[in-house]
Design a binder for this molecule. Sequence first.
Ligand code: NDP
Length: 452
Amino acid sequence: MAFDYDLFVIGGGSGGVRAARVAAGEHGAKVALAEEDRYGGTCVIRGCVPKKLMVFASGYSGIEAEAGAYGWDITLGDFNWERFKGSMHAELDRLEAIYRRLLANSGVETFDARATVKDAHTIVLSTGEEKTAKHILVAVGGRPTRPNIPNADVGIVSDDLFDLPELPKTMLIIGGGYIASEFAGVMNGLGVSVTQYYRGEQILRGFDNEARALIADQMVEKGIDLQLGTNIAEMEKRDGGVWVKSTTGVETIFDQALFATGRKPNTDGLGIEEAGGALGRGGEIVVDEYSQTGVPSIYAIGDVTNRVNLTPVAIREGMAFVQTVFNAKPTPVDHDLIPSAIFTQPEMGTVGLSEEAAAEIEPIEVYATTFKPMQSSFACKPDRVMMKLIVSQATRVVLGCHIVAPNAGEMIQLAGIAVKMGATKEDFDRTVAVHPTMSEEMVTMKTPTRKT
Ligand code: NDP
């Protein structure tokens, strides 16, 4: 049977765009891609990129005092949200144009339309057109969710943060994950009075406990009203703001309330089950290690599969898909030892097992140090940083590396190479320190802090 295309990609985010342009540009496949919203997807349009720009913007708020200690007389004026928002959106427009251009230059045909799967080889576009393809790649990502409580729609979600008409004076952030904790820091830095409710004992569940505690302490130190063991019980629009009653019985009116309570794969009405594929309990598309669904011609990558929801992982999955399908090299995706950064303030970089997870598996040594870094110590700021290694007692292999520090994301990218290579503690120790830096502590921790 002759198909319209060798490959039809649904979704123009990081994963889908990469797979489409490599399949077309490097392997000569006839490729089409449909995107119902903006090219670039969550990461570029309403996630990592604008978030990081806001992290940068918020970072200037402490500069006055610090620069003063270094001899500069600086008076910081007010933060102009309108001006920054305009520049941020201009940058997003520029990046979206690059994504479109990359697709066009690779010979990918694009449709600005919603696409759904009709059967193993057929796609239906919102324009009414039907297209056939030998392979279908679903890369439609996910979206933020609100909890199931009355009036939840009076709260905003992360997508809305980049278009706020004005910066609120007060904001409640509900949740304790990546998005909640990152935006608590961003908004606080931009001058918003931030309250964060998290229902559990400590924010950033699943990460190393010592790192979580240090981040939470520093967030509170910077002025965030972090309320643990607290959730939202009731809410409604009142007096131009959002009235909230907490599970601890406290009633407050905030200018805005942000739900950062998780994300859900975008599979509603997509036609995956009707075509013979399976969805998991959270609505994610079930795939094997090659990103193949139960329907041999349909693959899925990125957040819609809810494996590891990070942009570089979606890109890896897209590249592996192309190798498997268009280069005759079956390539499973390696999801082990993925370094990542959480852009809280202070920032965290992490790779491998937390102390708690490692201790459940085997006897370990922990090497950890927290200290005031030179730059902020000189400026009499209370900031503290942490460097931590989790080491296998049996093999001496570094099982986990956790950094809480300014630019920890930059540091963990490099430490991640050593950990991925299977470096031992002695390999770290053989490496000469770079002085004076914060990260030199990573190669100078001689005595275990504890053994478990
Ligand atoms: P997370 O899953 O990280 O966090 C969701 C938070 O919401 C948790 O603290 C969870 O609590 C809480 N929660 C869930 N349901 C409710 C509820 N009904 N009431 C109150 N609280 C609730 O999701 P995010 O939305 O923050 O991020 C989604 C994903 O996006 C991340 O997992 C990550 O993969 C990716 N991401 C990565 C970033 C990065 O790499 N820097 C940045 C932003 C996002 P509990 O812990 O108790 O379940």
